[in-house]
Design a protein around this ligand. Structure first.
Ligand SMILES: Cc1cc2nc3c(=O)[nH]c(=O)nc-3n(C[C@H](O)[C@H](O)[C@H](O)COP(=O)(O)OP(=O)(O)OC[C@H]3O[C@@H](n4cnc5c(N)ncnc54)[C@H](O)[C@@H]3O)c2cc1C
Length: 359
């Protein structure tokens, strides 16, 4: 059987594209291994995602009690003062702190209910023969005319046909913390800049806390850093963790969070969406929103079989990357307390370069 379209990857971009295609009457083959075995970082869903979820008919899933509204975020950035950003000023509604797996599972269930034909496997390899994509999985070969690459930063298909760029070497160390205290923790999100990077902490709906430390992969000490001990040394986050009796569960993990993108994000018979098209520094809190937006726009262009619309999609992605790089630099420049720090010095100038591999 030859499929019209295959979606590769089971994250938010893949699920949203599979859903949108199915809603548009094109039943995709969706190749996406279910990996809900470990905590997946990235839980702060921006309010800008709400109109996108409404377009998908998925906004009701944010009302589940496994998520919580993020009414207040505090940041110590540019000074020691903790400044509150209150969600009351956001017209779309508050941001949400997600149970990430629950959110992805709900989107995935909606996609399959709408008609997406899910294969619970990884793509092992692919090639093009006689104008068709031949996609290898452990369950056999899939033939398709068009591919949505939603394989995240790996950009399995897009990186073979387009140029990959990277603007920095940001990485994240993260871990979950649990409380032994008896007082219910205040549900907040905290961001705190430090000499060699910055910290993020957010309380999940189940009252566990996720703590992330961001710095550059090549800066001394990052790889060996003791996340729990260093978190205690921060000002606001350290005080929060000790006030509510939080301690780390398990071992911290490390993951790439640099800004990287593919150009162009479309090619002959393929389109890249989500992180496969453009992956942003989590400071922006826009990765999941971008995953939703790119999935919807690319799916709508495919359903309409409109080449100009697909070209407009690629132009919007390129413009979005350009705008993001300018905004990102402006935000990092607001922090001037450590002029001698390599981490902050690097962020005052644009330094993107072409790269061979996802890192
Ligand atoms: C530490 C951290 C914190 C973050 N914080 C935030 C935040 O607070 N807010 C926010 O909006 N964003 C945040 N992000 C970014 C956000 O998580 C991503 O932008 C988002 O996950 C992108 O979704 P995606 O579907 O494009 O990619 P992914 O979520 O990476 O999904 C890609 C999928 O493709 C699958 N895949 C890969 N290779 C294959 C293959 N060969 N065959 C089949 N499937 C394959 C993967 O298993 C995965 O399921 C954060 C990211 C990190 C790492």
């Amino acid at each position: 059987m030859i499929h019209d379209v295959a979606v590769l990857g089971g994250g938010i971009a893949g699920a949203a594209a599979a859903l949108r295609l199915a809603q548009g009457g094109v039943r995709p083959i969706w190749i996406a291994q279910d990996r809900q075995d470990a905590f997946k970082p990235g839980e702060h869903l921006s309010a800008a995602a709400i109109p996108l979820l409404k377009r998908l008919g998925s906004d009701a899933m944010l009302r589940s009690e496994v998520h919580r509204h993020a009414h207040s975020t505090y940041s110590a950035w540019g000074s020691d003062l903790l400044i509150e950003r209150n969600a009351i000023v956001q017209l779309e509604g508050p941001p949400t702190v997600l149970d990430r797996w629950a959110f992805e599972a709900a989107l995935s269930a909606q996609a399959t209910a709408a008609g997406a034909d899910r294969m619970d496997h990884d793509v092992i390899d692919f090639r093009i023969a006689d104008g068709l994509w031949q996609i290898e999985t452990a369950a056999g070969q899939v033939q398709t005319r068009f591919v949505f690459d939603a394989t995240g930063r790996k950009a399995m298909v897009a990186s073979k046909f387009a140029r990959r760029f990277q603007a920095d070497k940001l990485q994240c160390q993260y871990a979950l913390f649990a409380s032994s205290g008896e007082t219910a923790p205040r549900p907040v999100t905290l961001i705190e800049a430090q000499e060699h990077g910055w910290w993020y902490m957010s309380v999940l709906a189940d009252q566990r806390v996720v703590v992330n430390y961001y710095s550059d992969a090549d800066l001394p000490g990052f790889g060996n850093a003791d996340l729990e001990a260093n978190a205690q040394l921060t000002t606001a986050i350290g005080a929060y963790l000790s006030d509510y009796g939080y301690s780390m569960c398990g071992t911290p993990k490390r993951i790439a969070t640099n800004s990287s993108w593919i150009a162009p994000s479309i090619g002959a018979g393929w389109v890249a969406i989500g992180d496969a098209a453009a992956a942003f520094d989590p400071l922006s809190s826009h990765g999941m929103t971008t995953a939703l937006w790119t999935a919807i726009e690319a799916a709508d262009a495919f359903v309409a079989q409109d080449r100009d619309r697909m070209l407009a999609y690629a132009e919007s992605v390129a413009k979005g990357v350009e705008d993001y790089l300018i905004a990102q630099q402006a935000v990092y420049r607001r922090e001037t307390r450590w002029p001698g720090s390599t981490f902050w010095q690097r962020r005052t100038e644009r330094a993107e370069q072409e790269t061979d591999a996802a890192v």
